[in-house]
Design a protein around this ligand. Structure first.
Ligand code: FAD
Length: 564
């Protein structure tokens, strides 16, 4: 049955000819690591606009703590590591579903880009010999995680990239500029993207025409009630690409981080994996360490294993959280200053207290399907960073690989955009685009209630422990909610975000329902499944499924099959 999820092309009615028009060669939506890195390369040729819905530095990137994974060319003597080993660890984490070419590309092209970042002024932490200091995180078999300010790596990368972008004459940074939808001259499959319709609190609706549009809107952690992500992570990029006809891949794979601070009413602040890398232990209510009995790497087992172990422990012992014991870690305050400050603000002293922790949605592995040039299957649209799915992460992301992916794919997308700006055949002329939407016949909505119901449903029905019955229930609920939420026209980001969350939630739930066997982060609870009345054929764990609004059923792809 066709629903508004398939037919709603734009969130608002408009006529481009009646709106203010802005022109550029490259439009970058998003100002995190991926977007800014792309903008800097794109600005080598042509005029670039970076558009971001909040402050430039309000990004997931700024919140990254642990670091960036890379095998730098000049390693300190005590580190025995190779790019091949990084590739191998990434492939292992991805549970057989990584695209090996994507892994090779990111692990190989990443190190020089990290070095370039250092040349642009990013200050990574150094040891007493003035060598860059590399830490370890779960799934990595060598110390290759470079960090800054102890646990403030993302903030430093964001600062360095923002400074570099702001200094560039050809880059205009538009903050508080909400991208509502990508513009195409028609709603036909294959219609090219010609820019975006945006909204600014002071300037209102504006049309930004671009020869190339690069989507770098980050992830969708806010789709879950428990999330480590900042409020901006509402899946806008994923939803707007879907409305424009792009295929989305691997949406069922969502990484849950095992250790976020669990204090009711407080944001779910991340307690970085690097803390477990320094030796922190997970304890149950009786004070017993439970991870060594579950996995040989104990607390440093892959994130999905630790998250499931905590979730099962809570199912058996009750309660809302387990405990993280850092009391034996020396110099906690110096190594993890931001986490220290957060804990202190809640009266927790990690040198004497154990910390209440709980898993939370952390990283959207699936996203807009791209090839290794960052091209999507919609002409003129490129996708990078957490909004995209290159196949790097397979069914589970190796810690600290996402900042690296943002740098590498950002640089590739930017270079391509610069070439397109020089290419006379790249389309430039704007089209007249008209969106007509009939007034809603349904009642007014309490948007706060829709948002919180959606987030709870995703947490309980499509979270760490999934069953096909619960996933099917979620899909049914979202189809119903779509009828009276997607027919509305909102005029502020609050409403558009709720609509985007609903698109994204439904895509995750449907993709999860479509994959009846567990792989990577997608875990179907075996004991519950025995009573599960829904039947379906298992799909090959080596196949990726992609979804687009142009077909109601998924399309399957082999691991390395390219876009197109
Ligand atoms: C707490 C935390 C810790 C993490 N730690 C690490 C780590 O140690 N190492 C690692 O590799 N990864 C880590 N990650 C993941 C990593 O930070 C992200 O995957 C990565 O930063 C994503 O970068 P991005 O450029 O794709 O998106 P983001 O950095 O999220 O940027 C998205 C941008 O898109 C903009 N945007 C969104 N919607 C719209 C819209 N409608 N209109 C206009 N603009 C829009 C936002 O305003 C923002 O500017 C962590 C994530 C979190 C939440």
């Amino acid at each position: 049955m066709t629903t508004l999820f398939e037919t709603r092309r734009y969130l608002i009615p408009f006529r481009t000819g009646l709106l203010p028009q802005i022109f550029c060669d490259t439009l970058v939506l998003g100002s995190g690591v991926a977007g800014l890195r792309a903008a800097i390369s794109a600005a080598e040729s042509g005029e670039v606009i970076v558009c971001t819905k909040d402050e430039i530095s309000t990004t997931n990137t700024s919140w990254a703590q642990g670091g960036i994974a890379a095998v730098l060319p000049e390693l300190p003597d005590e580190i025995d590591d190779t790019i091949e080993a990084h590739i191998s660890d990434t492939l292992t984490a991805g549970a057989g579903m990584c695209d090996p070419e994507a892994v090779k590309l990111v692990c190989t092209q990443g190190p020089p880009l990290v070095q370039q970042l250092i040349e642009w002024g990013a200050n990574f932490d150094k040891d007493s010999n003035n060598h860059l200091s590399a830490g370890r995180e779960g799934g990595h078999n060598a110390n290759r995680i470079y960090h800054a300010g102890g646990d403030a790596t993302g903030r430093e990368i964001q600062r360095a990239l923002t400074t570099a972008a702001a200094a560039h004459d050809s880059i205009r940074l538009f903050d508080h500029c909400f991208a509502i939808d990508l513009l195409t001259p028609s709603n036909d499959p294959g219609a090219p993207v010609l820019g975006a319709i945006t909204w600014h609190p002071k300037h209102g609706l504006q049309v930004i025409w671009a020869r190339t549009t690069i989507l770098a809107c980050g992830g969708a952690g806010q789709v879950y009630r428990e999330s480590s992500n900042p409020p901006i992570a509402t899946g806008d990029g994923i939803a707007m690409a879907y409305r424009a006809g792009a295929s989305l891949q691997d949406m069922e794979f969502v990484q849950f981080h095992p250790t976020t601070l669990y204090i009711p009413g407080a944001p779910r602040s991340l307690i970085s994996e690097a803390v477990r890398g320094e030796g922190a232990h997970l304890l149950d209510d009786s004070g017993n360490r439970f991870m060594p009995a579950i996995h040989e790497l104990a607390e440093l087992a892959p994130r999905d294993v630790v998250s499931r172990a905590i979730s099962q422990k809570l199912a058996h012992q009750g309660g809302k959280h387990v405990w993280l014991d850092c009391r034996h870690i020396p110099n906690f305050e110096i190594r993890f200053p931001s986490i220290w400050r957060t804990l202190k603000s809640f009266g927790i002293d990690p040198t004497t207290d154990t910390i209440p922790v709980h898993p939370a949605a952390h990283y959207q592995i699936g996203g807009v399907r791209t090839d290794l040039t960052t091209a999507t299957d919609v002409p003129n649209l490129y996708a990078i960073g957490e909004s995209s799915c290159t196949g790097l992460h397979g069914a589970n992301r190796l810690a600290s690989n996402s900042l690296l992916e943002g740098l590498v794919m950002g640089a590739i997308a930017g270079r391509l955009a610069a070439q397109r700006a020089d290419d006379a055949t790249t389309p430039t002329s704007p089209a007249t685009v008209i969106s007509s939407i009939l007034p809603s016949t349904h009642a007014e909505l309490d948007l706060t209630d829709v948002r919180s119901s959606l987030r709870s449903t995703m947490w309980y029905n499509a979270g760490i422990a999934r069953t096909r019955t619960k996933l099917a229930d979620a899909c049914d609920m979202f189809d119903l909610w779509g009828r009276y939420t997607l027919d509305k026209v909102f005029d502020t980001p609050d409403g558009w975000e709720v609509q985007n969350l609903l698109f994204t939630a439904r895509l995750i739930a449907r993709a999860a329902l479509n994959r009846p066997t567990s792989v990577g982060t997608h875990w179907i609870q075996a004991e519950a499944e025995a009573d599960d009345s829904l039947e379906s054929d298992p799909i090959d764990t080596q196949l990726h499924a992609s979804w687009s609004r142009n077909s109601t059923e998924p399309v399957y792809h082999a691991v390395s099959e390219s876009v197109g």
